[in-house]
Design a protein around this ligand. Sequence first.
Ligand SMILES: NC(=O)c1ccc[n+]([C@@H]2O[C@H](COP(=O)([O-])OP(=O)(O)OC[C@H]3O[C@@H](n4cnc5c(N)ncnc54)[C@H](O)[C@@H]3O)[C@@H](O)[C@H]2O)c1
Length: 413
Amino acid sequence: MNFAGPQSTALTTATLANADLTVVGGGGHVGIPLVLAFADAGYRVNVHDTNREVLDTLRSGRLPFVEFGGEKLLGEALAQNRLLFTSSPAEISRNGPVIITIGTPIDEFLNPIRKVVQDCIDGLLPHLADGQLLVMRSTVFPGTTEWLHSYLARKGRKLKVAFCPERVVQGHGIRELRETPQIISGTTPEAEQEATQLFSAVAPELVVVEPREAEFAKLFNNAYRYIEFATANQFYLIAKSAGLDYRRISEAMKRNYPRASGIPSPGLAAGPCLFKDTMQLAAFAQNQFSLGHAAMLVNEGLVLHIVDDLCRRFALAELTVGLLGMAFKADIDDTRSSLSYKFKKALQSHAAAVLTTDPFVTTDPELLALDEVIARSDLLVLCAPHSAYRELDFGGKPVVDVWGMIENANIVY
Ligand SMILES: NC(=O)c1ccc[n+]([C@@H]2O[C@H](COP(=O)([O-])OP(=O)(O)OC[C@H]3O[C@@H](n4cnc5c(N)ncnc54)[C@H](O)[C@@H]3O)[C@@H](O)[C@H]2O)c1
C-alpha cells in the first residue's frame, strides 16, 4: 500500500519496513533540511545516500556542513528514532514516497547530464514498488519529468511521478522550507494529489502546476537571480570605469525608493546552482538565451576584470595578496564553484604570494588563520562577505571590497 503521510507519530524506531518516506541524496545540501523538516513533522525518514561518511556524521548527531537550525532538529529526530540511514539501493523503502535530491550537474559543454538521473533511477528501480510515489526534487532540464514517466512506462513500471523543485537558499533551508511556497506537479492526477498531500505536511503554501511549468519555474527563478546579480555587477563596473564610487550611486538609487530596493549589491555570483541552472536554460534554448549568457560573461568576468585592474594599479609581483572568504557566499562553508578560487588562481599568476582564509571552510588545507593573512598580506580582497569581516581592523592596508560592506578601511576597489 502506498500513502503520503506518517503512519503513526508514536515513538517507534524507523526501519526499512515502517519508514514513511525515503530521501535519496538525503545527506546532501538539499536532502538534509528536507529530511529534518519531515522528521519534525512526525515522519520516519529513510535517509538514503551513497556517501557513507556523511551518513556516519549525521548518525553521530552532527551536520556535515553549515545548515542553520539543523543540529537541533537532527538531535530531536535522532532522539525520537525517526531516522534510518541507508546507502545501498536495495535499502530503499518500498512503502511511502521516494524523493530524489541528487546533484544534477552540467558537462564541459555546459549541457545537462541526463544520465545522472537515469543512472540513479536505474539503480533504484528494482527495489521500488509499483504504485509508489517518486518525486524529483533536484533541478532538472525541462522535459525530464515527462521523460521519466515514459521511461518507467516503457519498462512496464507503474510508479507515480512528481516534480516538486527545491528553492531554498543554501544554509537557510530549515527556515525557508517553513516559509517558502512549494511548487507541486505530477504526471498524473494521482501523482499530483499524492505529492500535494506529502508536501502539505511541511510547506506553508502549495502552488500546483504542470511538470513542464514547474521545471521552468525553478530554472527561471535561478536564472533571474543570476541576471540580477549580473546587472548589479555591470552597473558596478560601468560606475568604476567612470571613476565613480558605486556605493554612493547605489545609496542614491535605493534610499526610500521601493522600485530599486531589490537591486542586489555587486559581488561574486557563484555557487553550485545559479550558473549551472542558467546554462541548463540556455541549453534548452539552443544557446539563444542571450540574457543568460550575458549574465555569465559579466559574473564570471568580474573576477578577471578586478585582477586585471589590480595588475595596473599595484606592483603585484612584489606583493602578497590575502583573500578573505573562500566559501561561495556569506556565512556558510560550501566552496563548490566558489569564485574565490578563480580569484586565487588568477592572482597566483601575478602576485608574489596569495594567502587564503575562511572561518567556515574546513576542507581546504591551504587556509591560514585570519590574523596571519591580514598581518602577512600587502593587499586584501574580500571574496565572501562573511558577517565577521564587517568589523575587521585591516590596519590601513588596501582592501578590495566589491560588495560595499566594509566601512572605515582603505578601500581601493
Ligand atoms: N544547494 C542548494 O542550495 C540547492 C537549492 C535548490 C536546488 N538545488 C538542487 O538540488 C539538487 C541537489 O543539490 P545539492 O546541493 O543538495 O547537492 P549535494 O551534492 O549537496 O547532495 C547530493 C547528495 O546526493 C548523493 N547522491 C548522489 N547520487 C546518489 C545516488 N544515486 N543514490 C543516493 N545518493 C546519491 C550525494 O552523495 C550527495 O550527498 C541539485 O539539482 C541542485 O541544483 C540545490
